[in-house]
Design a protein around this ligand. Sequence first.
Ligand code: TYD
Ligand code: MG
Length: 461
Amino acid sequence: MSKSKTIFYCSNCGAQSPKWIGKCPSCETWNSYQEEIRIESQNESPLRSTWKSNHSDTKTKHAIRLDQIEIGQLKRTDTTDPELNRVLGGGLVNGSVTLLAGQPGIGKSTLLLQIAMSLKTGISLYVSGEESEEQISMRANRLKKTSQRCFLLPETRLDYILAEATVLKPELLIIDSIQTLSSPLLESAPGTVSQIRDCTNELIRFAKETKTSVFLIGHITKEGDIAGPKLLEHMVDTVLHFEGDRHYSYRILRTLKNRFGSTDELSIYEMTSNGLTAISNPSEILLSQHEERLSGSAIAASVEGLRPILLETQALVGAAVYGTPQRVTTGFDTRRLSMLLAVLEKRCGFHIGQQDVFLNLVGGIKITDPALDLAVVAAVISSLEDNALHRQICFCGEVGLSGEIRAVSRIDLRIQEAERMGFRAICISKYNTKNYDEKNSKIKVVQLTTVNELYEKVFSK
Ligand code: TYD
Ligand code: MG
């Protein structure tokens, strides 16, 4: 017996209500409620019967004392991609559900197809609700790879997918994408809150009971949120973000949530004409590709997660062409730039108020490390004064509102990376030297307290 019921869901946070409301009381978004029809079956869900194992639901579990629980080793599968293994915390945990989110065209399908084809043990099942077998096989040809362990299934109905997975018993199940799946129990269209939630729930149960590792691909909205409810992120074990500028070939894979490892990991890939290649030494590619000294360029020693990355910041400062001076940035927060310019104007007496300022982080990579401030300030002064910096000096430090240079985290990692890349000097905050033993390094560490001091020590000839 089944009956249908109309429910309204918030498409942002997944909250529900029996009637339409304009503003979600839970996440305060306006106009996010959508109507959905739900058929409630009083018998066991037909979905579950397609794959359910012999576990009986009536088995009761008893509570166990904490100190008596034996911790078994988490079983992890090697994805054969060392960078992906690292981001996952040392390989893919069996029975875990991982969400890979990213904008369209960034390379989500390519990355997971590469993984599906390179498994050394077991079978992988790649389910696509977006592309046909031919399209996926064409992509595989482009990657110049093939595999006898990889199976493709173009399907969007979850009951068929789970039935097939029960027969194939894959070690890795990839769903491209969660927004295309539909459950036969719900009348609402694929991609709606209840479809996404119910399909994910069923996939999570499937993963835990059969010890299959599941990868879900999730689309991202223009604002950068995972399309569909936020609650998808709460449900899965691991959330990975694949990001980058589509006009550049570099992509960053970040961990946003990881129940089995650190969220500080990150890896960088390059999209080539035959697939994604992991870049194990990002500083080498992000440093500039010119030899001569140019004004307006400064190297920042930044750290993303646990990874030190040296990259070039470029500034161009010139008299404003239009009435209102422009501040245009790529990869850097525009408001942060305005703040740094105000500090230069007020605390150091540079007249930038009437100048256009353009700022670029080379490589199209977006980094939000406060330690970039010092390199940005150095690049702006260098362009304003048309005074090129020495190529073998790099910078890290946060600039405060009174023009003081503040200490930043993980200073030893930054200094080591600068030394490894052959820099002769690094400018850091004076307050950072407490945690660092200078005797061990060959690089010259320049200690600064204010932006004025940066100008005196670095720019005056
Ligand atoms: P795709 O994996 O389809 O992105 P997503 O699944 O995230 O939407 O890849 C998208 C882009 O990558 C596409 O524009 C073509 C490009 N590409 C390459 O440059 N080289 C390759 O080897 C492949 C397979 C794709
Ligand atoms: Mg895709």
